[in-house]
Design a binder for this molecule. Structure first.
Ligand code: GTP
Ligand code: SPV
Ligand code: MN
Length: 616
């Protein structure tokens, strides 16, 4: 018996079951017993490996099919009624034709499998910004992960009542099990051309077929909380962003709430859980991937984390780089595509300097330091409830969210971009966000290390025309007026000629956060330059650091020639947005070019750098 009388929901589940032909239907209640049954079932089927109960209690390892290791941007579609509304940065397909195609591929797709109905809320149930989704899936891995990652189960269904609104999220692995056939340990569609991650923003609804991995399959995350939500947010006057949320407290016990948008695998989880190297500072985490931002009754900008867990990059996570994450994943964690140790624990590159002997790699093969491929896949991840994080902020699931005093943007830039740069104003901050460039990472299938424009770290996640999105940011600034948070651009990834990082990063990033709080407090620690407000000489606290000789110049100076090339790259990118690019952004690029051409772009007098609103 379905645990609801919601007629539209019952009709939809019935329609999908008729289409997909599962052998059973299970309505998830989100209970501990249900989670235990799901994981135990996967262990007995070989989909999960139970880790050693003493070393890693309540934890499991999943190994995916080698074709199913990350998001798939080429097969991600925004099916708005008009192609122009999806814009040049998204794949578009006609919604009517796409729905017909999808009904074709989903037909019989769940044969021999259980159809799980997963009610979930993005944002705490009862929050002003919460949205309820129902995911249908034939993957028990997705059902178990959704319990860790979202506010999932009976309370979400109860909040829906008998006629509430929900966003239908349809998912199948696309691997039916006809009678007599054997299951694989990671069923999916191996041909990337036959996978679909499809959004119908006008409904709104989501259909995903053929992949069981991360953002392709946990449909509350990128699909709902970013692509669909960004479009809803534009229509409703709020913002859905690819941002961490953190609470910073100074030695003087002043509180600052910051958000930061960095592209995938560029350090959001690290910054969100940062262990400050400077005494007296603390960081508490409110979220590591997505922020929903709305204007409160007092006119300020508030941030809510729509998620309830972390799906974090494992490689590189260590007691040195992220001690809080290491404690978070000490138990009750699902690991995906990491290496297995001889004693039933997990390992990945960077966890320890020396790999333990007797490792089994992410594909189940014996691995030794001489092996040609890494032991863990570079996009291997951990899935864990936020409640397990020792530095989770006590307000992390507050219904109203926290008031934001600064927004950071950043990317992976070995050259040109300085360590930190404050925008002259909100408008100039939108220019900095819009022109974000970053090298591609393993979070998406394709070549890594390629520099591309990733405006606001939202290139793969903006559910409508990127030009309109930039316009929405400008409009939000006008509504916020004097309450607009300060905007900063940071770059932890600057390298020297030998390819070594110039900035120590991780816990030392608190030094940059300290300078940011001084800007917020109106201390005169910044110098106006052609590109923005840079730390004045001596203003950045580098006490006790031994930075290489060239570091000071490269980290906080201006590479004029590099910036002139940057201006051209920005203009090239802006041109791709056509006539939906807000004209103000194009003129700001031209103004930047003029300031760089002035006699001294490093000083305040440079060609009339705009001062004023939001300046230092
Ligand atoms: P998604 O979950 O994919 O959205 O990404 P994320 O931004 O949360 O990624 P995460 O924090 O897991 O990024 C991990 C990568 O960033 C690893 O390669 C880290 O080594 C690197 N990283 C994080 N912080 C720093 C830093 O301060 N300096 C340097 N050099 N690397 C860093
Ligand atoms: C990202 O790629 O930005 C992620 C991981 O956060 S996934 O959920 O797979 O999209
Ligand atoms: Mn992300």
């Amino acid at each position: 018996m379905p645990p609801t009388t919601h007629a539209r929901l019952l009709r939809w589940v019935d329609d999908m079951a008729t289409l997909c032909q599962p052998s059973a239907i299970h309505w998830c209640d989100g209970s501990e017993e249900e989670y235990r049954a799901l994981t135990a079932g996967m262990v007995s089927q070989g989909m999960l490996i139970a880790l050693d109960e003493r070393k890693r209690p309540g934890s499991f390892l999943a190994r995916t099919h080698p074709s199913d290791v990350a998001r798939l941007e080429e097969r991600t579609f925004i099916c708005s009624a008009n192609a122009e509304d999806a814009g040049p940065t998204n794949n578009w397909a006609d919604p009517v034709q796409m729905k017909a195609t999808l009904r074709g591929v989903f037909a019989g797709a769940m044969q021999g499998r259980t159809l799980y109905v997963i009610p979930f809320s993005m944002a705490p149930i009862g929050s002003v910004v919460a949205k309820i989704g129902i995911e249908i899936t034939d993957s028990p891995y997705v059902a178990a992960s959704m319990r860790l990652m979202t506010h999932m189960g009976r309370p979400a269904l109860e909040a829906l009542g008998t006629d509430g609104d929900f966003i239908p999220c349809m998912h199948s692995l696309g691997a039916p099990l006809p009678p007599g056939s054997r299951d694989s340990s990671w069923p999916c569609v191996s041909d990337p051309g036959k996978k679909y991650i499809v959004h119908f923003p006008d409904d709104p609804s989501i259909w995903s077929f053929g992949s069981g991995y991360g953002g392709n399959a946990l449909l509350g995350k990128k699909c709902l909380a970013l692509r669909i939500a960004s479009r809803l947010a534009r229509d409703e006057g709020w913002m859905a962003e690819h941002m961490l949320i953190l609470h910073l407290t100074s030695p003087a016990k002043r509180d600052y709430y910051l958000t930061a948008a960095f592209p995938s695998a560029c350090g959001k989880t690290n910054l969100a859980m940062l262990e400050p190297s400077l005494p007296g500072w603390t960081v508490r985490c409110l979220g590591d991937d997505i922020a929903w931002l709305h204007i409160g009754d007092d006119g300020r900008l508030y941030a809510v984390n729509p998620e309830a867990g972390f799906f974090g990059v494992a490689p590189g996570t260590s007691p040195r780089s992220n001690p809080a994450a290491i404690s978070t994943i000490a138990r009750d964690t699902i690991f995906t595509n990491v290496a297995l140790t001889a004693d039933g624990d997990v390992w990945w590159e960077g966890l320890t300097e020396q790999p333990p002997a007797g490792l089994i790699d992410w594909q189940g093969r014996p691995w030794s330091p001489g092996s040609p491929t890494p032991a863990a896949h570079p996009n291997a991840r951990f899935t864990v409830s936020a409640a397990r994080c020792p530095v989770i902020d006590r307000q992390w699931d507050d219904h109203a969210g926290v008031p934001i005093s600064a927004i950071l943007f950043g990317g992976r830039r070995p050259g040109v971009i300085p360590l930190v740069n404050q925008a002259f104003s909100w408008e100039h901050g939108v220019f900095l966000g819009a022109t974000t460039g970053s090298e591609t990472t393993s979070a998406t299938i394709g070549k890594t290390g390629v520099l591309r424009r990733d405006p606001f770290a939202m290139l793969p996640f903006c559910g409508y025309h990127m030009g309109d999105y930039l316009g929405h940011w400008l409009e939000m600034g006008e509504r916020l007026g004097r309450h607009a948070p300060r905007i900063f651009f940071v770059n932890w990834f600057r390298k020297n000629a030998d390819g070594r990082y110039l900035w120590p990063g991780f816990g030392e990033n608190v030094r940059v956060l300290k300078w940011i709080t001084e800007c917020i407090d109106g201390r005169s620690v910044a110098t106006s330059t052609a590109i923005g407000l840079l730390p004045s000489p001596g203003a950045l606290d580098v006490s006790g650091l031994s930075l290489p000789e060239e570091a000071g110049r490269d980290l906080t100076g201006i590479d004029v020639a590099g910036w002139k090339r940057e201006v051209t790259l920005i203009a090239d990118f802006f041109r791709t947005l056509g006539n939906r690019l807000p004209p103000r952004l194009a003129s700001m690029d031209e103004e930047l070019r003029q300031r760089l051409d002035a006699p001294n772009p490093r000083s305040a007098q440079a060609g009339g750098a705009p001062g004023g609103a939001g300046g230092g």
